[in-house]
Design a protein around this ligand. Structure first.
Ligand SMILES: Cc1cc2nc3c(=O)[nH]c(=O)nc-3n(C[C@H](O)[C@H](O)[C@H](O)COP(=O)(O)OP(=O)(O)OC[C@H]3O[C@@H](n4cnc5c(N)ncnc54)[C@H](O)[C@@H]3O)c2cc1C
Length: 216
């Protein structure tokens, strides 16, 4: 039977208008030492109906925190509640981390990772990217990230920070699925624009084996 543990909500931060990053702390045991790319499954009661939803851990292995990013889905039960009502001091119930969406970290490896993400699908990729850049000092990571518009880019600042912190080993390509006529930012490219610039050789690319049946 699925075992749920209590997690205390220590912080809720709005990243964009319709998404929050929730920081959690286990309060009654459970092994929450996650692998990059894993997710948590929460259960919550809404008017007598139990709802279970999964959210990927967005923190890297070395961030020292347990965090998930939740994007509000119009009319969605859990994501709307998390964005509108969840607050520090509240308690959530979650199962231990699950999922195998990652490649094993090898400190001496010199791989060129290529990650693709769209919208809230950035969460596990961010965790993998942070962990690879920290724990594989000879590897590079290129991220292609698609969003509807500039205002809906989750973790934009974190990604910019990563790019600056690991200059030469990380590169990013932002993609808009809706054309933005007034945007003047150099990093933002319309879908038909030039290809991303790379920082290293792309002859060998590592892509995680599977991406457990997402629909978002
Ligand atoms: C492994 C995994 C990891 C994930 N990680 C993340 C993550 O990191 N971040 C993230 O934001 N999301 C993530 N998701 C998606 C997340 O689990 C939820 O599916 C999402 O947040 C929507 O849940 P909800 O309860 O808000 O919406 P739901 O209540 O499930 O509703 C979804 C949509 O269906 C519509 N709907 C609901 N009931 C009906 C009905 N009876 N008739 C017609 N329409 C209806 C709603 O209006 C809404 O538009 C992940 C999913 C998986 C499987």
């Amino acid at each position: 039977m699925a075992r749920f543990h209590q997690l205390s909500v220590t912080d809720v931060t709005k990243t964009i208008r319709d998404a929050v990053v929730v920081t959690l702390k286990p309060v009654n045991g459970g092994d929450f030492d996650f692998t990059q790319g894993q997710y948590l499954t929460f259960r919550q009661d809404f008017d007598g109906t139990e709802v279970r939803r999964s959210y990927s851990i967005c923190a890297g292995k070395d961030d020292g925190v347990l965090q998930v990013g939740i994007k509000k889905v119009d009319g969605g039960a859990f994501s709307t509640w998390a964005n509108d009502a969840l607050a520090p001091g509240m308690t959530l119930e979650a199962m231990e981390p699950m999922g195998s969406f990652h490649t094993p970290i090898t400190p001496e490896a010199a791989k060129n990772y290529l990650g693709f993400a769209g919208g809230s699908g950035i969460t596990p990729v961010l965790s993998i990217m942070k962990t690879v850049l920290t724990r594989e000092p000879h590897s590079t990571f290129t991220l292609v990230y698609a969003n509807r518009g500039v205002n809906s880019i989750m973790f934009r600042e974190n990604l910019e920070d990563l790019k600056n912190l690991y200059m030469g080993r990380s590169s990013m390509c932002w993609r808009a699925t809706r054309r933005i006529s007034t945007c003047s930012q150099a990093v933002w490219m319309p879908t038909s624009a030039r290809p991303c610039s790379n920082t290293g050789s792309t002859s060998k690319v590592s892509i995680p084996r599977s991406f457990a049946g997402r629909n978002r």
